[in-house]
Design a protein around this ligand. Structure first.
Ligand SMILES: O=C1O[C@H](COP(=O)(O)O)[C@@H](O)[C@H](O)[C@H]1O
Length: 252
């Protein structure tokens, strides 16, 4: 397998990150829709949704072919979809309610299940999408999403893969669960690294001074102790792009 191409983009302000992220996402939307007539996008929760805000404004609101988008979540809190902690609700309010993505293309988790049941259910639904060829499969046998939009926590977690929890080492499952997430709420489901790292393109979107130390650990030259931070284990099939504002990049 070819080594991931990694780009690190630094911007003066969070606003500039938002502008660049919208342009990048709209560009990939056009590229993948031309190539395969659909665009599968995997969202995170947290600050990412706010940083996506420029995508639902002029010119992208009218120029993007939203009818071809398929939406998934890299992780979700196991709470009702209308709960304040839900990543779905966050995305609905800040993004999905503002653009005409067909509701049948939005793959939210089943919020009536236990964490384990919700993970099984999400994995099963993605397997069905692979079987019916809505989603392609990578050479390594994992589903291949076009674009993942990831955030990073101050502890270096991505999705709900935390530094000192075993979910980060899962190699077989597509979706797993956690009942004791160190960041509330405790019950969550999450894509595993084999799925994340099978994505064609990944954006790591990191803004704010509170992430400067972790950004330095992830991208700086110093070697750090094992095990590595989860954020350093992200790779993409085509290209991984870090979007940093000046504050997050201040210690590089
Ligand atoms: O809990 C979560 O945290 C990460 C990072 O969130 P942020 O607010 O620090 O950007 C997020 O990417 C993940 O989806 C979410 O469930």
């Amino acid at each position: 397998m070819a080594e991931t191409k990694t780009k690190v983009l630094k911007f003066d302000a969070e606003e500039d990150v938002a502008v660049a992220l919208a342009k990048y996402t709209a560009y990939l939307s056009e590229k993948y829709i031309k190539e395969k007539n659909s665009f599968s996008v995997v969202l995170s929760g947290g600050t990412l949704i706010d940083t996506l805000r420029k995508l639902v404004e002029f010119p992208y609101k009218d120029s993007v072919d939203w009818s071809k988008w398929l939406i998934f979540w890299v992780d979700e809190r196991v709470v009702p979809l209308d709960h304040e902690d839900s990543n779905y609700l966050l995305a609905y309010r800040g993004f999905l309610s503002k653009v005409p993505i067909p509701p049948s293309n939005i793959y939210a988790i089943n919020d009536k299940k236990s964490p384990e049941g919700a993970a099984d259910d999400y994995e099963e639904r993605i397997k069905n999408l692979v079987e019916e060829k809505t989603l392609p499969i990578s050479d390594s046998g994992f589903p291949k999403f076009d674009l993942m939009l990831l955030g990073m926590g101050p502890d270096g977690h991505v999705a709900s893969l935390f530094p000192s929890h075993n979910q980060r080492y899962e190699k077989k499952r597509w979706v797993t669960f956690i009942t004791d997430s160190p960041k509330p709420p405790p019950p969550r489901i999450t894509f595993t690294f084999p799925v994340i790292n099978s994505a064609s393109d990944i954006a790591m979107v990191v803004t704010g001074a509170e992430l400067a130390d972790t950004t330095k650990k992830a991208l700086g030259n110093e070697k750090h102790t094992l095990p590595p931070l989860p954020c350093t284990e992200v790779s993409a099939e085509r290209e991984l792009t870090w979007f940093l504002d000046k504050d997050a990049a201040s210690k590089l």
